[in-house]
Design a protein around this ligand. Sequence first.
Ligand code: UD1
Length: 368
Amino acid sequence: MKLVTILGARPQFIKAAPFSEVFRKENEEVLVHTGQHYDANMSAVFFAELGIPKPDYNIGVGSGSHGVQTGRMLEKIEEIILKEMPDGMLVYGDTNSTLAGALAASKLHIPVIHVEAGLRSYNKHMPEEQNRVLTDHISDLLLCPTQTAVDNLEKEGITAGVINTGDIMLDTVQRNKEISKNRYADGAWLDELSFENGEIHRFKEKEYYLATIHRAENTDDDMKLREIFSAFEMMEMPVLIPLHPRTRKRIAELDIKLNNVTIIKPAGYLLMLYLTSNAYMVVTDSGGLQKEAYFLKTPCTTLRDQTEWIETLENGWNRLSPIVGTAILETVSRPLHCLQHPQPPLFGDGNAAEHICQAILKRGGIAT
Ligand code: UD1
């Protein structure tokens, strides 16, 4: 069987690694990198660390407005499909690259396989929500990470081709957490961090907050971004932020002062795993990091009004906070009772790559 797979942004690289390994044992995969993420520490580092095969095509789309970015990708992906004529198109997650891949294939009647189907925040202002709803509605095989995702699709009338395979990000975490520990334990993580400000001696195991902020809904709202950094300033432990380029730009534009906050460049996957498992708490607006924190049993505060990953909220492993300085402070200061609670296996068995592969092969020439 021959698939064309679309990758473009960090979370997709992480999901692709275990699947490509399993699928390629007996099948052909043509990898297309859209170039949505292009900086070395946003892209190349993941390919190197996770052993992702070299892309067969790189569209080099770069940055741009949603329409420009998605439109450019659509045009190029169509050309690639017509040249490769695959049996299916595989797309991951909810980025502009996901939608472009799904749309290009669907219009050419190539079956669309969506990994991480069925997630919903029910916030239509999020570009990710638009991307995932649209992608699900033109997909032929909808591979869901959780039962909640299966139920969400059913509510929209989508039941055909829906399978709960478990979450492929769990596969990647399980395969790499020991590797990460061996590389970064015993203080080696501190040598790896190129601090841009702040004091290294303030960072001790389980005595810092690890924060990531990159969602447009937070970075592009001056008030929200200021509220977030005002909360960071008041926190009782230092805050470490691997800084997304978008957020870096906004901080400079708004002249936000970094008090109690130390920034580093976006971290590779293995370092990020270590920083996450080692943190007292993760504070984030990322979707993927909420789950990685959960898998690594690190409590998380999510700086959003809703989450697609509602399972992580159970027993307080993850808490939502409105973007108001005092509310954020109150949320991160609550006691961590979650640490006493076991986690039910709501994200599958860590073999999602295998289940996804089986589901695709079983359906062979997926009905369109
Ligand atoms: C994208 C996804 C988001 C995902 C995130 C993971 C969409 C709509 N959003 O958001 O779902 O969670 O990736 O990180 O697809 N930039 C660089 N270098 C890079 C990449 C980006 O400097 O390698 C800067 C550019 O200024 C760019 C901005 O970051 O305009 C935003 O990048 P973009 O890919 O549009 O969206 P993300 O915020 O990364």
